[in-house]
Design a binder for this molecule. Structure first.
Ligand code: PLP
Length: 564
């Protein structure tokens, strides 16, 4: 301390606090070993923790609480009043009684760069970094690096206190991608509120155009879920009530629900044991042995005596079904192909027939996508889309989603309330430009899983044929000891999933389809063995290493048990 300073008698100074010159402190509290540079003012009821560094010319006003180990650069300004005024309503100068002090907290370990301004009512999270010259207008998440005016999250850093050996690894992290895009996402809400454009309009059209371009399809029509996308696509493609639609037993129930909701009946063919998608051989076998042509040349299922009109290959887990032979068979038997691409935004397939890579959603008569939040492209609520190159089909889907009207109050058919919400469309437009990068990150993580788990003979890894570029919506391995493996991973705080534990023909809901256990042996065997490991674009190398380590530890432990 020295004579150039003004330190009021009510200041609580900790031990070994080091003060420079020209410092003005009153009514505040400073923790042990903190260092304060020249020309700093700290007002009453402000507090600074231990081992902080407050650089010269910074202003820390009433209402600010700075926790331990915080770095404040030069000339940092805090503000504690959202509506500062010089005078009171009576015309006189404001006094303390006229303003309400708003609080600001800088959590431990954070750093505030020189020249930053921190508005009131803000919390800067633990270990966050605020770039020099930033204007912080809203809370900063822990470990975030923010910069700019207004400050935006640039990226996240690993917390130095993080113990990656024991930290939980979630099955899916839906928080981080939204924090990274928070300010852009929030401005979509603002645009919605300020224009009251909640249903239809430019936000929906902009997204539809961008998504059609992404899928390399002629058109995309936004609807309110993947289930509706599939239902409307089937109906618009000419599937009639009472028809049979072919699909697979190992998919989410929405695939068969949509078939039933279109008035048709699902009949199933087994899957390929490697790709876990529709088996071309089983489809061919079904068409050749379980169907006949009637006198009008229609294909009739021998099982149900109904007309077979469509096939729905599901691009499960992010990998496209083997579309060339499926399209050839469908063509030969006069069936419409509707892709269930709800898990495959951006997946690619090398068509040997067309000699080029094709995107999911561009190969069938139409395709259905889901924007359920956990999907590779997810809304912040429900959403879906149909893609197609067929303009007439697209026009019918547009009518079906909107009460069957071609223009307001002119109802050509009876339709549904199945529109994509405008705010969801706006949020999806913010996310869509990031999808290719997120998919590439998923593929990187999948390649790492493959490399790191390659020597583990107790598990089966996903199979990606040379004609496929999967987008790994899920990373699904196979284990004969699935329950114990999931328990082991759970005990190590690692999240897993099962997609799906009971094949559809054995679900209670489909008892009336009269399929026996054993009808689809591959799907039945697979559903008893599959485990989905953590997979999302922001999965860190450290988190993945922990998952791999625990899967390996489990396998070697269970191997020893078997040997014993
Ligand atoms: C394969 C598959 N089909 C259809 C759907 C239905 O999508 P939504 O939940 O948006 O209705 C989903 C979604 O989970 C799905 O995974």
């Amino acid at each position: 301390m020295n004579s150039y300073n003004s330190i009021a008698s009510d200041v609580k100074l900790g031990e070994d606090v080091r003060l420079s010159k020209f410092i003005n402190l009153y009514g505040c509290q400073i923790g042990n070993e903190t260092r304060i540079g020249a020309f700093v003012e700290i007002q009453k009821n402000a507090s600074v923790g231990s081992r902080c560094k407050i650089s010269s010319h910074s202003f820390i006003c009433e209402g600010v609480r700075i926790e331990d180990n915080v770095f404040i650069g030069h000339g940092v300004m805090f503000i504690n009043d959202s509506y500062p005024r010089a005078t009171a309503p009576n015309g006189g100068l404001q006094t303390e009684a006229d303003w309400k002090v708003e609080r600001t907290v800088i959590k431990k370990g954070a750093s505030i760069g020189s020249g930053a301004t921190i508005l009131s009512n803000i919390c800067v999270g633990e270990n966050a970094i605020v770039g020099a010259g930033s204007v912080v207008t809203k809370d900063v998440p822990s470990n975030a690096i923010v910069a700019g005016n207004p400050a935006r999250v640039l990226r996240f850093i690993e917390s130095p206190e993080k113990n990656s050996d024991t930290d939980p690894v979630p099955f899916l992290d839906l928080v981080t991608p939204h924090l990274e895009l928070e300010s852009e996402l929030v401005s979509v809400f603002r645009r919605g509120l300020r224009t009251a454009g909640f249903v239809g309009g430019s936000m929906v059209e902009e997204f539809e155009n961008a998504f059609a371009t992404f899928c390399e399809a002629g058109q995309s029509i936004g609807v309110n879920s993947g289930t509706d996308a599939l239902r409307f696509a089937l109906m618009a493609a000419g599937v009639l009530p009472g028809d049979v639609v072919l699909t697979v037993p190992n998919t989410f129930i929405a695939t068969t629900e949509a078939i039933s909701q279109a008035g048709a009946v699902p009949e199933l063919v087994d899957i390929n044991e490697h790709t876990l998608n529709m088996s071309v051989e089983r489809l061919q076998h079904y068409l050749e042995t379980s169907c006949e042509r009637n006198s009008s040349g229609q294909l009739i299922s021998l099982r149900s005596r109904r007309r077979v009109s469509a096939v729905v290959p599901v691009h499960l887990y992010g990998q496209m079904a083997d579309m060339d032979p499926i399209l050839r068979l469908a063509n030969q038997y006069g069936l419409v192909v509707i892709e269930d691409a709800c898990q495959a935004h951006g997946a690619e397939y090398f068509s040997r027939d067309l000699n080029r890579w094709m995107k999911a959603g561009s190969m069938g008569r139409a395709a259905a996508f889901s924007f359920y939040p956990g999907k590779n492209l997810g809304a912040c609520g429900e959403g879906g889309a149909v893609t197609t190159n067929d303009a007439a089909l697209a026009a019918t889907v547009r009518m079906l989603r909107d009460h069957g009207q071609s223009k307001k109050y002119y109802h050509d058919i009876e339709g549904y309330n199945g529109r994509l919400d405008a705010i969801q469309a706006g949020l999806l437009s913010v996310k869509l430009p990031h999808l290719a990068r997120w998919n590439a990150q998923r593929r990187d993580r999948a390649a790492d899983y493959k490399r790191l788990l390659a020597d583990n003979e107790a598990i089966g890894l996903p199979y990606e044929p040379s004609w496929s570029r999967s987008v790994y919506h899920l990373y699904v391995i196979r284990s004969r000891d699935r329950v114990a493996m999931i328990d082991h991973l759970k005990a190590a705080a690692i999240g897993t999933g099962i997609h799906y534990p009971i094949p559809l023909h054995l679900q209670k809901a489909y008892g009336s389809l009269n399929y026996e256990r054993g009808a689809f042996p591959v799907a039945e065997q697979v559903s008893a063995e599959i485990v989905s490991l953590p997979m999302f674009p922001q999965l860190t190398v450290e988190q993945q290493a922990r998952v791999v380590e625990e899967v390996m530890a489990f396998s070697s432990h269970s191997l020893q048990e078997t040997v014993r």
